[in-house]
Design a protein around this ligand. Sequence first.
Ligand code: NAP
Length: 257
Amino acid sequence: MKTFGCIGCGNMGSAILGGLESQQDISLIGYDPSGNVPCTACDTNLELAEQADFIMLAVKPDYVESVLETIQPALTEDKVIISIAAGVSMETLSKHSGGKCPVIRCMPNTPAMVGEGIFAFCFDDPALTETQQTAVHTMFEQIGQVMVLPESKFNAFTAIAGCGPAYVLYFMEAVTEAAVSVGFNRKEATEMAINLFKGTTKLADESDHHLSLLREMVCSPAGVTIAAVNHMDRTALRGNIIDSIFKARDRGIEMSK
Ligand SMILES: NC(=O)c1ccc[n+]([C@@H]2O[C@H](COP(=O)([O-])OP(=O)(O)OC[C@H]3O[C@@H](n4cnc5c(N)ncnc54)[C@H](OP(=O)(O)O)[C@@H]3O)[C@@H](O)[C@H]2O)c1
């Protein structure tokens, strides 16, 4: 039985611990200064690092270096650090863990809170064994989609999947406002927006058709949908969405300098 320890049990740490809870072959431990830990609590980060085989860093990026320095005495080559801190590079992780154990950089997104996340993993550390990689892959694929990426793709991944829930929710909010504007009450409008996205996502997931074909199926000749889609095209909505994602990617590049 392997032990998975989580340092920092806030939004993301607790969500990941919650997702891993049902897995039979790992025991979960956590540390958070608040004492709010959704599994067995350790008294300190060092105690957690001594006990855990996999040590997840789920603290804010500014705390990563000091946490790594605190747990360094407990690190050995058979342990693995998994950091989900946005923008913290593999180089920083290796440096502040003293090169004493392999490090993995991971970027989750908020749907991980309901077991539907997308996780990017960077397995580029040469010290990482095949067995360790497989164990991490297996653990996380049960709580979402796992993508193994070189670190150079992390800013692009973050701009799409990391920030993506905000874009989707923004679109859902717009649909809700439109529904309220045409006379639905807010509860009806919100439920309609949620079910619209839920149903369309399921359709896209389960259908063999390309996304464009599924959209064309709704656009009858001279109908109402094509009128809306034409307006979206004339106002360059698609181009603006693409450019917005580029802005997020560029901001990520700027922040990592
Ligand atoms: N939320 C997201 O959408 C998201 C997405 C991708 C990546 N991430 C990354 O995930 C990490 C955590 O984000 P979050 O949103 O979960 O933040 P959060 O809710 O603030 O959780 C961080 C937790 O760490 C605790 N903490 C502070 N210092 C600590 C220490 N020395 N040792 C152990 N725990 C400590 C905090 O306690 P206090 O509140 O008492 O300080 C808090 O409970 C960040 O690095 C972020 O970049 C988050």
